[in-house]
Ligand binder design. Structure first.
Ligand code: SF4
Ligand code: SF4
Length: 303
């Protein structure tokens, strides 16, 4: 069983399902959304995050790196990422905390210990545990089944936050343990989907239909990005698909924002979404109206 890497365990989360939740963000996703707010969640293995603003060029990391892959030039440490073995040695020597490695493996019992710490909040708020990512549904399925069985045995509510791009057999394997799916829909236009997310939407839509046919509790989340999918036409297409195929409990419209884009620099990646636009309040109101007129009463802006 392959133990997945975790980016973050977020306590007291109020936006990842019902009540107060512990949300576990796993590392790795098969999509490549241009606006991704967590680019450190896209690859399946650990990575170095380097904060350029904190680096003072002191050279302590350069001196200590056993692989000699750091060179300080013009007062900034530069790392040959392809030859870094992620040994973490340099982290302890950087007093400015410019260096960080993201991605930690949690054996199931260790993760359960973290989850159990917030038991009291789940009970009081009607919350529970949310597994998110990256894309949780693409992690080792043996690990996930065992984890979910153990969480369920404790009586905690389980939510899965998914982009839908994962084999249907993975959903089949977990379906009995999951209470709610937070399910992302971005666009019905397959060419737009391929361009901005790196893959087509067929698998995502068929998995969504499958979960609906199984009678699961489904909350739809729609990121709205000016320049990609924020238009009345795009919303009408999504509404049509949902009306015809999915029993939806709630819909959240999530307007695009630029938070998190500095993480691209920390990973030495380019951010492709510079031209994306946040939809205006007026546009958002129109979208809400389209949903409501089509019988979706529980729809709101925000998570
Ligand atoms: S130890 Fe930290 S502050 Fe010093 S050069 Fe390396 S990254 Fe920069
Ligand atoms: S993690 Fe290890 S190999 Fe990579 S830069 Fe730091 S000291 Fe060098």
């Amino acid at each position: 069983m392959a133990i997945p890497y975790v980016i973050n365990i977020q306590k007291y989360s109020l936006h990842d399902g019902d009540g107060i939740r512990t949300t576990i963000f796993f590392k790795g996703c098969l999509l490549n959304c241009w606006w991704c707010h967590n680019p450190e969640s896209q690859r399946y293995t650990p990575e170095l995050l380097f904060n350029y603003e904190r680096c003072k060029g002191c050279k302590e990391c350069e001196k200590i790196c056993p692989e000699h892959v750091i060179k300080v030039e013009e007062n900034i440490a530069k790392t040959e990422r392809e030859n870094c073995i992620l040994c973490e040695t340099c982290l302890d020597y950087c007093i400015n905390e410019a260096r960080e490695i993201v991605g930690k493996q949690y054996p199931i019992e260790e993760l359960l210990k973290e989850i159990d710490k917030d038991k009291m909040f789940y009970e009081e708020s009607g919350g529970g545990v949310t597994l998110s990512g990256g894309e949780i549904m693409t992690q080792d399925i043996g690990y996930l089944v065992e984890l979910l069985k153990k969480i369920k045995k404790r009586g905690y509510h389980i939510t899965i936050d998914t982009c839908g791009y994962a084999p249907q057999k993975n959903y089949e394997a977990l379906i009995d343990y999951v209470d709610t799916f937070l399910y992302d829909i971005k666009t019905m236009d397959n060419e737009v989907h391929k361009k901005y997310m790196g893959k087509g939407n067929e698998l995502i839509l068929s998995n969504l239909k499958y979960l609906s046919e199984c009678g699961k509790n489904i909350y739809i989340r729609i990121p709205l990005i000016g320049g990609v999918n924020s238009s009345q036409e795009s919303i009408k297409d999504i509404v049509k698909f949902l009306k015809e195929n999915v029993q939806v409990k709630k819909i959240n419209l999530l307007p695009y924002h630029k938070a998190g884009t500095n993480k691209y620099e920390k990973l030495d990646l380019s951010y492709l979404g510079e031209d994306f636009v946040t939809p205006s309040q007026e546009e958002l109101e129109k979208y809400l109206d389209i949903f409501r007129k089509n019988g979706f009463s529980d729809v709101k802006i925000g998570g």
